[in-house]
Design a protein around this ligand. Sequence first.
Ligand code: SAM
Ligand code: SF4
Length: 335
Amino acid sequence: MTSTANPPQLIDRFGRIVNYLRISITDRCDFRCLYCMAEDMVFLPRAQILSLEEIYALAQAFVELGVSKIRITGGEPLVRKGALELMAQLGQLPGLRELVMTTNGSQLVSMAASLKAAGVKRLNISLDTLNADNFKAITRTGDLSQVLQGIQAAKAAGFERIKLNAVVLKNRNHEEVGDLVQYAVDNQIDISFIEEMPLGVVSQHNRGEAFYPSHQIKADLAARFTLIASTESTGGPSNYFQVAGSNSRVGFISPHSNNFCSSCNRVRLTVEGRLLLCLGNEHSVDLKAIVRAHPNDQTALKQAIIDAMLIKPEKHEFNIHEQPVILRHMNMTGG
Ligand code: SAM
Ligand code: SF4
């Protein structure tokens, strides 16, 4: 990784520069979080997904076009065989400033140190509750102690920053937001609270009824913590606050109550090779077809990526109270 990014070539119709790519390297996962997946998910057959070599070729094209930050996600990225080798390769891409990952933490006990050595700078780790039974209920298959040990392994590995991600659902975990912040403070890490997004049909809860807005979380936290508005901007959708007297920040990702589209700098690549121009719209381009048609030539691929910017929508159109218009689940999307 070098500190100098390549000149930006990805600019959309609204003048937004795209310099951040999120890549989902698998749709599979060892958990079945109830806001993310249906219980009986059918996963993609191998022929339909990008090979690790194809993912690398795509990442390289994006970086040469000015992308300076890549987040690897999934599904659960660390359940894909060869994930560590891919990370090590991506970590060497000239012009890539930041290689980061979002994980559910289940594999970190054995993999955290190797991820750090591969060049991963920061980790986002999902944690919605500190109650083992509730953790099992939300993830359907997960084991809280394994994830908590994974968080400690990540701390020991020395990442620049670790951030927890918690999706907050009313009457599931909304009463735990204070305990989660205290856990973050005790461990000197950050935490973001995420409003649930209506991606794919889920069976176990009504998303409208489970909606718990960020401003309500903020009000709940005010009883226990002093949150100081941070001037620091990550260029992303999170609004950050410093927890007074600590090293931790609390972020709020509020697609419903705070539309962040005007500063959007990102696109997503699904494991099927679809370039998604917006999380909340179906506008996409099939890059897998182009990589497979031109395996040793980046020219056509780069042109397709540049052209794709012209169909990036201005904003998402989420409505939590209606049946989802977006039928792909988050594991397909690369959240
Ligand atoms: N498996 C990894 C994990 O859980 O961190 C990475 C992929 S997961 C899809 C990425 C993030 O998306 C997680 O923090 C998860 O909580 C969040 N997520 C999943 N479904 C969501 C939804 N419907 N609305 C909002 N966030 C969601
Ligand atoms: Fe798996 Fe992450 Fe989705 Fe949970 S949120 S089911 S851990 S991909």
